[in-house]
Design a protein. Structure first.
Length: 509
């Protein structure tokens, strides 16, 4: 029979796995729920972004509360609140109700995700922690891969609502395993008093920045709501640094950043996850809108990535114990950068096996080498009693990296696309009504629907489509090259790490 620590690991995998599944499967459900709830495009965007907003804004609070009040207790609170919110999502009768449910899911996930890693760090000793984290990250990858497949089947044969109700039996298993086998742990240096000032400033800071970045594209940088949100966010984070430095029991102990390893590992996380987020955001658009893959084919095209992560997770989790953190955190991001360069190579058409498959395999291998050693390095750079807040910081950095990357690289993509497509359209001698109609559609980039433009004949429509597709591919290539530069920079950060987390003779292979 497996030991209690193994059942604890299983509970943390299933608990955090619920959040990872929802993070991938909801995108597959968007068309069905949009039709059922008569949602606008803005409503659909907020169904996705409300979850990410509250998860990113509150994940530090979740990690800190676990350290203060008990990691098991806060983890189970996250499981219960996430499941209740999932039920609300499944019962939602309007877009606004669904958006509220998704926001509540984000709050529950903010307690779940950092708690799962902190519990692993408190349960396993130095010799086993790397492999345990590797197992956790591997199963996290495989649940993210299963999500679109299982969710697609449920949407097709049952309903999009079943995607959210799927969390109920999973949560029941997590509760049984946790109550039976999981030990409580906390940071004994903390009191039961919550650092409310720090919590409020963290929510305002991260929430303001996230809101400003999400609303930047539709509203514009000069919109008072965007400027105000970003101003509030930045000001709140600056105030957070001052308040936490003076607080008796800070939510975010700034002493963590005295560790050079902890600081550099989080900079590496910021750069590498920014590059990865660009891939996960743009590659499906390229595959579906330009390469004309079906949605299922596009999901399958990315499937090698999580499969490689899963297959190599335990091996990579043991790398720190064998060679230290610096080597995998240098080689892994460098290999990932090569994968990004390969993504910049394909044009329009061509076989998947010679165009996109090499890129996803190389990128997957690079991330597999990196992720478990990076997590182990972050958690090992601080005292075990601070594991919850360390996990929260690193998770927040990874999510903020994605939001920043999509906002910044989205501007680069749009400007490059616009600069490529308009000169080609000028040479097509389109009628003024046709050109006006096409210009209205161009902000959609490769998602332009030319069938709505009735004032152009079929040959012109084909020429316009070719111009749009080639402009998008050109912009896509530039963005992938820029993302590769970020990955190379993260490899340089990895090379600057000291091998202080490297094993001694007390840590087994």
């Amino acid at each position: 029979m497996p030991s209690p620590s193994r059942w604890t690991l299983a509970a943390t995998i299933l608990g955090s796995g619920m959040t990872f599944i929802d993070g991938t499967v909801v995108n597959v459900a968007l068309p069905a729920l949009q039709a059922d709830l008569h949602a606008t495009i803005t409503d659909v965007q907020w169904v996705v972004e409300a979850y990410a907003l509250f998860l990113g804004a509150l994940i530090l609070v979740g990690g800190s509360m676990g350290d203060q009040f008990g990691r098991k207790r806060v983890f189970l609170l996250g499981v219960l609140s996430f499941t209740a919110a999932s039920i609300l999502c499944g019962l939602a009768a309007s877009p606004h109700a669904l958006i509220v449910g998704r926001a509540l899911q984000g709050i529950g996930a903010a307690f779940l995700v950092p708690g799962s890693l902190a519990i692993i760090s408190a349960t396993f000793g130095d010799a086993e922690r790397g492999r345990a984290i590797g197992t956790w990250s591997g199963f996290s990858a495989i649940t993210a891969a299963i999500g679109p497949v299982s969710g697609g089947w449920l949407i097709e044969h049952v309903s999009w609502r079943a995607v959210f109700f799927l969390n109920v039996p999973l949560a029941a298993i997590v509760l049984v395993l946790s109550l039976r086998f999981m030990n409580e742990s906390r940071d004994p240096s903390r009191t039961a008093r919550i650092d409310w000032s720090g919590a409020i400033l963290a929510v305002l800071g991260l929430g303001g920045i996230v809101f400003g970045l999400l609303e930047w594209p539709p509203l514009g940088a000069g919109d008072p709501r965007v400027f105000g949100a970003l101003t509030v966010g930045v000001s709140s984070l600056l105030a957070l640094a001052v308040v936490e430095r003076r607080a008796r029991n800070p939510m975010l102990p700034l002493d963590l950043f005295r560790s050079r390893t902890f600081t550099l590992a989080n900079v590496l996380t910021l750069l590498l996850y920014a590059a990865l987020s660009v891939v996960l955001f743009l590659v499906p658009l390229n595959l579906i809108q330009v390469q004309h893959y079906a949605a299922t084919e596009a999901g399958a095209a990315l499937l090698p990535f999580p499969l490689i992560m899963f297959a190599l997770s335990r091996w990579s989790g043991g790398l720190v114990a064998r060679v230290g953190g610096r080597l995998p955190l240098t080689v892994g991001p460098a290999v990932a950068a090569l994968g990004l360069v390969l993504y910049a190579r394909p044009g329009i058409g061509g076989s998947y096996w010679t165009s996109f498959f090499p890129a996803v395999v190389v990128l997957g291998f690079g991330m597999a080498v990196t992720v478990a050693p990076l997590t182990t390095t972050v958690m090992g750079a601080v005292d075990r009693q601070h594991a919850g807040v360390a996990s929260g910081v690193n998770n927040a950095v990874a999510r903020i990296a994605g939001l920043l990357a999509i906002a910044v690289f989205g501007v680069l993509l749009a400007r490059t696309f616009d600069g490529r497509v308009r000169p080609r359209l000028d040479r097509l001698a389109l009628s003024p009504p046709a050109r006006t109609a096409i210009d209205r559609e161009l902000p959609k980039m490769a998602g332009v629907r030319l069938e709505t433009v009735s004032s152009i004949d079929p040959p012109q429509r084909a020429a316009v489509r070719e111009a749009i597709d080639e402009a998008f591919v050109s912009a896509f290539r530039l963005v992938m090259a820029a993302a590769a530069i970020l990955a190379i920079a993260s490899a340089a950060i990895g090379g600057a790490l000291r091998n202080s987390s490297a094993p001694t003779s007390q840590i087994g292979p």
